[in-house]
Design a protein around this ligand. Structure first.
Ligand SMILES: CSC[C@H]1O[C@H](OP(=O)(O)O)[C@H](O)[C@@H]1O
Ligand SMILES: Nc1ncnc2[nH]cnc12
Length: 332
């Protein structure tokens, strides 16, 4: 994929895009656009759960494959982790046809071998949020329970691990950093890589950080939940790519993490993050082009995960759910 150097004023782009967009990238702290792609539309989408964090930019790869991009904390990073409108974000992406999401996140490392500027493809999550974030599309009157034992899409996870080399994936790139891509199968001896999701916005105490290490935590952030849960409910395959920016607070020999450290490493590593994002988009778009059901593993899963008899559900609730699942449950 070549770098798209021509600067385009995204505010002047069309506000509609004809056609489905199968892949989305959610950008976290430090990743507010996809500079390697050509933007072709910018959508403002209203959902029954409000507006997303930012307009959704549709860009195309050199081969014309469209990718949606959403900035999790807003274009100017004005949303706290607890205030990210994750339901609107996921619902808006679903409404334009998205089947797979690659979500980027800046994380603290809980393990010495995960160095600042390394990337991690996690396989498990521990929830340390405080229950203040809306974390389901369902509500009183319409009850459903999604599977979440494997919180990330294992097919997407394996595809990334198998096609992007753990070392040297940035070869030839203008950087003095030599990051590693940590994956369960290729660098972690088949052991899960676990992301702890805390509420924030304050960072962890040393005691908390040490506790998470005893729990088997690999990295820590404030954003994989409820995003991952909502993607699961929306039947969208979801994988987070973590970029390590600091050693959190567990290491007695180092100062506890500050935003300065996080932002310093993000800035120094942003070209690497963009390069990795571009590679991942190419790999996933090739998979979609095979047209063999990639991204469809969850299709239909929520239809049969509902506990409430749909005859008893209020019309307004069913209509709201039809934004996500058109045609699933008939409105009587
Ligand atoms: C600025 S450090 C804490 C902040 O960074 C991470 O954001 P994201 O996951 O969106 O990259 C972390 O989760 C916190 O929200
Ligand atoms: N140490 C940390 N804790 C939580 N979120 C983070 N994002 C980046 N570093 C982090």
């Amino acid at each position: 994929m070549s770098i798209h150097r021509e600067k385009i004023d995204v505010t002047q782009l069309p506000h509609h895009y004809d056609g489905k967009v199968l892949l989305a990238v959610i950008g976290g702290t430090g990743l507010y656009d996809l500079p390697n792609l050509k933007p072709v539309a910018r959508l403002t989408i209203s959902t029954p759960w409000g507006f997303p964090s930012s307009p959704i930019t549709i860009s195309v790869t050199d081969s014309g494959f469209p990718v949606a991009f959403l900035a999790r904390h807003g274009q100017h990073h004005d949303l706290l982790p607890s205030d990210v409108p994750s339901r609107a974000n996921i619902a808006a992406l679903k409404s334009i046809g998205v089947k797979s999401i690659i979500a980027f996140s800046a994380v603290g490392s809980l393990q010495p071998e995960i160095k600042p500027r390394d990337f991690v493809v996690p396989t498990q999550i521990i929830d340390r949020t405080k229950g203040i974030r809306p974390s389901t599309f369902f509500e009183k009157g319409f009850v459903a329970h999604a599977m979440f034992g494997e919180p990330f899409d294992l097919r997407l996870n394996k595809l990334i691990g198998d096609t992007i080399p753990s070392k040297g994936f940035l070869e030839g790139f203008d950087t003095d950093a030599t990051p590693i891509l940590h994956t369960k199968e290729h660098t972690n001896k088949g052991e899960d890589l676990t992301v702890i999701c805390m509420e924030g916005p304050q960072f962890s105490t040393r005691a908390e950080s040490r506790l998470y290490r005893t729990w088997g935590g690999s990295v820590i952030n404030m954003s994989v939940l409820p995003e991952g849960k909502l993607a699961r409910e929306a039947e969208i395959s979801y994988q987070m790519i973590c970029m390590s920016t600091d050693y959190d607070s567990w290491n007695e020999n180092e100062e506890p993490v500050t935003v300065e450290t996080v932002v310093g490493n993000l800035k120094a590593n942003s070209a690497n993050a963009c390069k990795l994002a571009a590679k991942l988009i190419d790999v996933v778009s090739d998979e979609f082009k095979k047209n063999d059901g990639f991204g469809d593993d969850l299709k239909g899963s929520m239809k049969f995960s509902v506990s409430t008899s749909t005859h008893g559900v209020k019309k307004e609730l069913l209509e709201k759910m039809h934004f996500l699942f058109p045609g699933y449950w008939p409105v009587h």
